[in-house]
Ligand binder design. Structure first.
Ligand SMILES: [Zn+2]
Length: 113
């Protein structure tokens, strides 16, 4: 799965997502490392375990309907070149499901070109 993501990232599928343009900043020395998208392209990440989360949606007949959705976090392993500090990072945009939705939107747009 990780290989598919980095292959897709190299095709620039995820480049247009502003949420993946965030910089990773070193917690220790404060220097800028790389953008989230660059870690995806370089394959410097790992795919976590699927999580089930309960999401509340405003309902029509009921006030809220609860649905379980799956969420697969992606962890970037960011290592600072200057001080060597290493940490794992994840983000609401760094999930398999989010990347999938970016990819699908691109394909959907392609139909109308
Ligand atoms: Zn550092």
């Amino acid at each position: 799965m990780a290989e598919e993501i980095s292959a897709e990232a190299k095709k620039e599928t995820f480049d247009r997502s502003p949420r993946l343009q965030n910089w990773v900043v070193c917690k220790r020395c404060g220097c800028r490392l790389k953008r989230h998208i660059e870690y995806l392209k370089a394959g410097e990440f790992e795919v976590g375990h699927v999580q089930r989360v309960l999401v509340s949606h405003p309902g029509y007949y009921h006030l809220y309907t609860n649905q379980t959705e799956t969420l697969t976090p992606i962890f970037i392993t960011a290592k600072c070149q200057r001080c060597g500090f290493e940490r794992k990072i994840t983000d609401p945009a760094l999930t398999l499901e989010y990347l999938q939705s970016v990819k699908e939107r691109k394909e959907a747009v392609g139909l109308f070109v």
